[in-house]
Design a protein around this ligand. Structure first.
Ligand SMILES: [Zn+2]
Length: 451
């Protein structure tokens, strides 16, 4: 890891003191994150915790990528350093680089670093060494300019602007827009982020490429709904064998298999795959190839989903740690309500249980207190329709749920049906067939009233 110096600066905008970190040496092999930050223009940029303004600290930089024999120095002109001072600063960074090098890794190219005159020049040299050609950079700059044109346009200009540039609105365009959004978010500029997301959504609706995307999404949702109804048709007593038959029915249909694993991941456990192997071994020879393919695909899909949920779990655990150490958890909860999802609640309850099992009264009291705060924040923020749907889902039986709908659904009217759409998306990721079955029952009842 390269040396990172902590320093305190005064915010360029609000003049409050800001704790900032400065890094002069970027070694791509040892510290790939620093290279990414540099290419994204985020290196040595600290958003002010008070007002959000990005504070950039100018400092001499030495970039090294041993795999490409690339060493570039850059001293910002704005620093007004004398030649001696520049050489001294580079000498220090060189020493830092060489002391971290493995024995015998010093090579001739390190004696004469290339020089970049601007930050842009440094970034371009690094990108070129990564195989990004000047033409690709030019294309990317054009994309950025186009995105900026859209951001600066007024809402009523947008339809014409999309029509004029329809052929340029492609996957690369949306990627660029997303990158800009991420950069603004990293700088804490929430207002700009919201505004650009809104523009992005409108461009999706108006452009040819965006319409195709929407159509793809719609088809995907249809497939998920069809698979969910197949799963529900198996009923609550469904066995591993039933699920295997369903998977085999979907053989060679990647999208349905993916939807199936996404909906009911817990079904595909060790025993499921063992039983499947036994079944293949006993199957007629001509069917074995097809069955083996299905089994392989299911294995791949479960691994993929586990990896995704691993990332989500880590994020949730990280947020929980922040909450536990916060002097004002309620404010933090209120600010981060969108991050409080099913995964987070699972992590939180698992932590409560673990603290109880350990007999750690202090931790378990603190966690339970946090749990209650989160639940009441969620409930306070929940639209009344969603609260009602939740009550329906936790009703003791379908009959009770039906009575509740008969008595109270008219309070909410057709918006109740819209809210069910949102709940369905959430349930789809949870792999809980019993809950899905109750949900479908409830929706059927509500649709009869308002559909
Ligand atoms: Zn500030």
């Amino acid at each position: 890891m390269s040396k990172v110096i902590q320093t305190t600066i005064q915010c360029i905008q609000c003049r409050q003191p800001v704790r900032a970190s400065v890094q002069g040496l970027i070694d791509a092999a040892q510290d790939p994150q620093a290279k990414i930050a540099m290419l994204a223009g985020r290196l040595n940029v600290t958003p002010c915790p008070n007002c959000g303004a990005p504070n950039t600290i100018l400092t001499p930089l030495l970039f090294h990528d041993g795999s490409k024999e690339l060493l570039i120095s850059y001293v910002p002109m704005e620093l007004g350093m004398s030649k001696d001072a520049q050489e001294k600063a580079m000498g220090e960074l060189m020493r830092e680089l060489t002391t971290n090098l493995p024995q015998g890794a010093f090579k001739a190219y390190m004696l004469q670093p290339r020089q970049a005159l601007t930050m842009q020049g440094l970034v371009e040299q690094v990108l070129q060494s990564d195989g990004v050609t000047p033409e690709m950079m030019e294309a990317q700059r054009n994309r950025v300019r186009l995105v900026e044109t859209f951001i600066q346009s007024s809402p009523d200009q947008l339809p014409d602007l999309v029509k004029q540039n329809d052929d340029k609105i492609d996957a690369g365009f949306f990627q660029t827009m997303t990158l800009i959004i991420q950069q603004l978010a990293a700088e804490g500029r929430e207002g700009a982020v919201e505004q650009i997301i809104e523009i992005q959504n409108r461009i999706v609706e108006l452009s040819t490429f965006g319409k195709e995307l929407l159509e793809e999404n719609r088809l995907q949702e249809e497939i998920v709904a069809a698979v969910a109804s197949d799963v529900n048709a198996l009923g609550q007593g469904a066995t591993r064998e039933d699920f295997r038959k369903l998977a085999v029915k979907y053989a060679e249909d990647d999208q349905r298999l993916q939807a199936l694993v996404g909906l009911i991941r817990p079904v595909f456990d060790y025993t499921f795959f063992q039983d499947f192997s036994t079944y293949i071994a006993q199957a007629p020879a001509e069917e074995r190839d097809k069955l083996t393919d299905v089994r392989e695909q299911l294995l791949e899909l479960t691994a993929m989903i586990d990896q995704q949920s691993q990332i989500a779990l880590q994020e949730a655990a990280g947020f929980l740690r922040v909450l536990l150490s916060s002097p004002d958890p309620d404010a933090l909860i209120a600010e981060n309500l969108p991050a409080i999802d099913y995964t987070f609640m699972q992590v939180l309850s698992a932590n409560v249980q673990e603290a109880q099992r350990r007999g750690d009264l202090n931790a378990s009291a603190k966690l339970k207190d946090l749990y209650n705060r989160v639940v009441s924040a969620l409930q306070a923020n929940m639209p009344p329709e969603l609260r009602f749907i939740n009550e329906l889902l936790s009703a003791p039986s379908n009959d009770v749920a039906r009575d509740m709908i008969a008595q109270r659904a008219s309070e909410f009217g057709p918006p109740l049906l819209d809210a069910m759409g949102a709940v369905e998306d959430q349930l789809a990721g949870q792999g809980n067939p019993a809950l899905l079955e109750r949900f479908n029952f409830v929706r059927q009842q509500v649709t009869q009233m308002f559909g």
